[in-house]
Ligand binder design. Structure first.
Ligand code: PMP
Length: 282
């Protein structure tokens, strides 16, 4: 199994990460997760574009060749013989004696990546999952896919403690997103989700699903909804690269509607699966 280290594919024991890597000391970096179906990268361009945007938003303006990175990831998947799984990829602001302000502009960024086998979560997608409501205590730049994930980690741990698959995060009663996913509710055949502001990460799954839903004639409204509205929803689901379109059938002690996966959620699942099948020739 090979790993990506800067611009090379190497064995794990060849990788050296300095104790003063800013990713390690400050969480000063950004990351992406890309899915692989049938040996092919899914929506890789979109993920790499977002990586570039995240870097730019945190002032990492070191010259960086995203198309070369794309080629390296394809080579990594091929050499590792990965069929169904994911690529984790991160870029940190590099290594420098610890100081909060940025190191000199010519400090090289540190890129690492690896692949992991991971089947599609078929049985959870079939029966749906439970979610747990908790405060969104994160910072105000959730649009950046930052390595700083403490707010997300604490929320997911709360959810896990409550036997839930995901957290429903809210700010003063307004639902934002999940700890590692975007959230949606369906009411009277309309799909609602938080707009892509600084308060959420604009998921790639979210972007491609919303586009394909609109093309299929479903009504999508990008408008925040409240916990009270969520409690009266007909359907609820989440999306992420690894969870795809995941029905939420229970929120804390309450079933969502009847507790069955609803027809709009099923429709979204089948639209998304068609997209995977088309682009990865599954
Ligand atoms: N929101 C947050 C906070 C996330 O961490 C993620 C992905 N891990 C998402 C949304 C979903 O994004 P994507 O569909 O690009 O995986």
């Amino acid at each position: 199994t090979l790993y990506l280290w800067n611009d090379q594919l190497v064995d794990k024991n060849q990788i050296k990460i300095d104790i003063e890597d800013r990713g390690y000391q400050f969480g000063d970096g950004v990351y992406e997760v890309v899915k692989v179906y049938n040996g092919a990268l899914f929506t890789a361009k979109e993920h790499l574009t977002r990586l570039g945007q995240s870097m730019q938003k945190i002032g990492m303006e070191t010259p960086f060749d995203l198309s070369n990175l794309h080629r390296l990831l394809e080579e990594l998947v091929e050499k590792n013989g990965l069929q169904d799984g994911m690529i984790y990829l991160q870029v940190t602001r590099g290594t420098h004696a610890r100081q909060h302000w940025f190191p000199p502009a010519d400090t090289p960024v540190v890129v690492t990546g690896y692949t992991k086998e991971m089947p599609r979560p078929a049985s959870l997608m079939e029966k749906g999952v439970k979610a747990h409501i908790t405060d969104d205590i994160r910072w105000l730049r959730c649009d950046i896919k930052s390595l700083n994930l403490l707010g997300n980690v604490l929320a997911k741990q709360e959810a896990t403690k409550h036997d839930a698959f995901e957290a429903v995060l809210h700010r003063d009663g307004t639902v934002t997103e999940g700890s590692s996913s975007n959230l949606y509710m369906v009411k009277n055949d309309v799909i609602y989700t938080h707009p892509a502001t600084n308060l959420i990460l604009n998921g790639i799954t979210r972007q491609v699903l919303l586009a394909v839903c609109r093309k299929a004639g479903l009504t999508v409204v990008e408008k925040p909804f409240t916990l009270d509205e969520l409690r009266l929803a007909d359907e609820c689901f989440l999306t992420s690269t690894t969870s795809e379109v995941m029905p939420i059938v229970q929120i804390d002690n309450d079933l969502v509607s009847s507790g069955e996966v609803g027809p709009i959620t099923r429709k979204c699942q089948s639209l998304f699966t068609s997209l995977i099948e088309q682009s990865c020739l599954v």
